[in-house]
Design a protein around this ligand. Structure first.
Ligand SMILES: NC(=O)C1=CN([C@@H]2O[C@H](COP(=O)(O)OP(=O)(O)OC[C@H]3O[C@@H](n4cnc5c(N)ncnc54)[C@H](O)[C@@H]3O)[C@@H](O)[C@H]2O)C=CC1
Ligand SMILES: O=C(CO)COP(=O)(O)O
Length: 330
């Protein structure tokens, strides 16, 4: 479900196992283009899609015989699309969310949205350092499938594993999914730091303090802090905080160059989940009294007109603090 870059990349990985894969997308034009050229030119212009990958804009046709459903619709449209789709999806089909965002208003992660919409289906998430454009280039890539259910973990591992794509398992669904959503915020901050010409010391400080901040928030919310040192945490943080292929990084970069947020989003032209996630996490942290200096500083820059150049300096103030504060088993 979802014909953007990640939905297309994952559909083509499954297709490598000689399964019939249907890729649902809303644009009829894009469906015709793929049928004709085997290319999704808007999102992955050099990635040839296998013949057993069938694009369609017909929800019923896409869902009715599904053995498993992967959902890569951006978080802002996720619930609406899945509410329409669910009547066609068999109850036996596990639903796997690939979406790294938080629902506005409810602070629900996408697997929690799925649980409400489809209480009888098994649900899992997939998250990790997975830039779709690098997957399309054939770069070696690893990801994490997370669900408490080991059978579903194995099914997804088998279905997605290829010589170029390795799938690890984790029972901490909430931690893996929350890490994937949170890292987008810090990718924006890192993009900004890059545009401002900040040195490697500064950028390493931002990434490392980001990891501390997101893992402490995660632990507070009920995630296993160890999850944050895995691929879905530190792995995804590294890739999105350093690669210009990350849309969140690029939004931050454009803001760092002096564009306002609206212009930066327009220039990026694709989904950058971190922009909305930042607002929701800031609200939640304030509500719960959790100190998150990078979230607060970035919020001031993106939404309150503070100068982007202050983003590094904001980390240099405050009481002397401890470096590592993981509280295992606590
Ligand atoms: N692109 C990447 O490298 C990765 C993306 N993700 C996550 O996957 C999710 C989807 O992202 P991308 O595929 O990158 O997005 P994208 O920006 O490449 O494309 C978005 C897709 O969603 C569709 N869409 C938007 N609103 C819709 C609606 N109301 N109904 C139906 N379709 C709608 C668009 O038509 C487009 O096909 C995001 O949550 C993102 O964080 C996760 C890992 C990697
Ligand atoms: O999540 C991603 C890579 O793991 C993609 O990041 P962006 O959404 O910032 O492009």
């Amino acid at each position: 479900m979802g014909g953007g870059s990640f939905g297309t990349a994952v559909a083509n990985i499954v297709a490598q196992h000689d399964r019939e894969v249907k890729l649902w997308m809303r644009s009829e034009k894009q469906v015709s283009e793929i049928l004709e050229t085997r290319i999704n030119s808007r999102y992955l212009p050099r990635y040839e899609l296998l013949p057993n990958l069938i694009p369609t804009d017909d929800l019923e046709y896409a869902c009715q015989d599904a053995d498993i459903v992967f959902v890569a619709v951006p978080s802002k449209a996720f619930r609406v699309v899945m509410e329409m789709a669910i009547r066609f999806i068999p109850q036996k089909a596990p639903l796997i969310s690939l979406t790294k965002g938080i629902e506005h208003g409810s602070f629900k992660l996408m697997s929690q949205v799925l649980k409400e919409i489809a209480p009888k289906n098994e649900i899992a998430v997939l998250s990790g350092p997975n830039l779709a454009k690098e997957i399309a280039e054939g770069q070696l890539t690893a990801t994490v499938v997370a669900t408490y259910n080991p059978t579903i973990r194995k099914i997804v591992q088998k279905l997605l594993s290829t010589p170029k794509f390795r799938v690890y398992g984790n029972p901490d669904t909430f931690g893996v999914e929350l890490a994937g959503a949170l890292k987008n915020i810090y990718a924006i901050a890192s993009g900004m730091a890059a545009a401002l010409g900040m040195g490697e010391n500064t950028r390493a400080m931002i990434v490392t303090r980001s990891l501390a901040e997101m893992s402490q928030f995660g632990q507070h919310m009920g995630a296993n802090p160890m999850t944050f040192i895995g691929l879905a945490g530190v792995g995804d943080l590294i890739v999105t905080c350093t690669s210009p292929l990350s849309r969140n990084f690029r939004v931050g970069y454009e803001v760092g160059l002096g564009h306002n947020l609206k212009q930066a989003i327009k220039m990026t032209g694709e989904t950058a989940e971190g922009v909305n996630t930042l607002r929701m996490v800031k609200e939640k942290a304030d509500e719960l009294g959790i100190t998150m200096p990078i979230v607060s500083g970035l919020y001031e820059v993106l939404y309150e007109g503070r100068d982007a150049a202050d983003i590094g300096a904001l980390l240099m103030v405050g009481e002397p603090a401890e470096d590592v504060k993981f509280q295992l088993g606590g």
